[in-house]
Ligand binder design. Sequence first.
Ligand SMILES: Nc1nc2c(c(=O)[nH]1)N[C@H]1C(S)=C(S)[C@@H](COP(=O)(O)O)O[C@H]1N2
Ligand SMILES: [Mo]
Length: 424
Amino acid sequence: MEDVLRDTFERVERATLERREVLRLMGLAAAASAGLPTVMQFARAQDATLASAVIRGKSDVLVVHNNRVGVMETPLTELRKHAITPKDILYMRNNQILEPEGRSTDAVPLAGWSITIGGLVAYPRTIDAAMLETLPQTEAEMVLQCSGNGRSFYARAVKTSGTQWAHGGMGNVVFSGVKLSDLLATFDPGIDPHPEVKFVKAEGADGPPEGASHPDFEHSLPMGDVLERAILATHMNGEPLPGAHGGPVRLVVPGYYGTMNVKWLSRLSFDTVQTNNVNQIPRYRTPNDPIQPGTPIDYTFENSTPDWRQQVKSVIFEPLDGDTVNGSLTLRGVAWNDGTVPVTMVQVSTDDGATWTSAGIEKPNSNFAWHHFSSQLSLPAGEHRIWVRAIDELGRSQPLQGTVRWNPSGYEWSGADVITVTVS
Ligand SMILES: Nc1nc2c(c(=O)[nH]1)N[C@H]1C(S)=C(S)[C@@H](COP(=O)(O)O)O[C@H]1N2
Ligand SMILES: [Mo]
C-alpha cells in the first residue's frame, strides 16, 4: 500500500516538476519571482484538473494535488475571506478509493447508514444513523487541519515525501451532531467497555486504495479525549454533512489533526491496544525524539506518537509572502492549538527576532477555533521579513526554526510563520 502511495506521490511530484520547467521556459517563473505571492506561484504549478471535475460542488479556486482520490488545497487568498470556511472551498484529503458518496458535496441520507459499536464491551450494538437526530445535539467551531499541512516548508531542511501542502490544508468549520458520550449514555443495558480499554478505533466505509488490499481507513484514539470531545457529526456549517466531507456521519474530535476525524464512520471499537492499520502505523505518526533531517526511522508504538492533538500554530493571512505593500499596514492572521487552553498571545517581529510585539487577538467562539489576530505595522521602504508565533496559556509555542520537528513524512509542521514583503 505504501508503495502504491509513494508511486502516486512521485508521479504527482514529477508532473509538478515538469510543469514548473515548462512555466520556467515560458518566462512565468520570472514573473512569479517579481512579486506574485507564493500561494499563487504554488497554485500555478499544480495539476491542471479542475476541482469541480473531481468532486462535484467543489470550487475551481482549489489547487488540485491529486485528481484520482481527491486531494485539494485552499489558496490563502480564498481562505482569508471567510470566518467559517464554506464547503465549496474547504480543503479535501482522501487516502482511499473515492466512493460515490464522496464524489460530491451533496448530503447523504442518514436513514439506512449503520454504525457498529463493539470491541471489548459487554453489549455491542449497531445503530441506524437516523437515531442520531433524536438525541441532544452539540456543536463545535473548530480547525480542521491535515497533519501534512505546511509539509512543503520542511524542504528548508530536507524535502519530505507526500503532498507538498503550503498552508491551505486547513479550514475553520462548525461540526454538529451527537456527543459520543451522550450516545453511549442512551443505551440500556450500557455498552459497558471493559476497564482495560484504552483506545477507541474509528473505521471509515471507504474501500482500499487502488491496487492495495489493505482494509478500511482506521485510526485509534485515546479513550479519555474521545469520551470528552468526540462528536458523531451529521452537520457541517449548519447543513447536512456533505458526502465529500464524510457524510452522513463523521467522527470528529475537536483539537485533533484532520486525519483523526474519520469520514463515513462505519464502526467504533473499544480496544486495549492501537490498531496496526497502516494509517495508524507507520503513517500519521511523528517521532518522540528529535531526529536529524534526512534520517529514516522505523516507527514503533513506543518511539512515536500518532498525529492526535494539534500543535500550537499561527498563519499570516495578510499580507502574503512576496506581496508589495504600503509602509503602514495591518498584519492579519489566525492562530490555534489543540483547544485544551486558549491561545493567549501572538507575537510579531519585523527585525528577525530582536524585538517582539504582541498582536491583538479576537476572542474566538471556541478554544478549538481560529483565533484571529491583527497588528498595525509601520515599515520603511525596502524588503522586510515578518515573523509571527503564537503562545498558549500553557506557554506552548512555535519553534522559530520549524525544521527542528523534521520527520520523514513531514507531519505536524508548526514553525513560526515568516513572510517577506516589499514596502514600496
Ligand atoms: N474515511 C476516511 N476518513 C478520513 C480520510 C480518509 O481518507 N478516509 N482522510 C483523513 C485525512 S488525512 C484528513 S486531512 C481529513 C480531511 O478531511 P476533509 O477531506 O473533509 O477536508 O479526513 C480524514 N478522514
Ligand atoms: Mo491529512
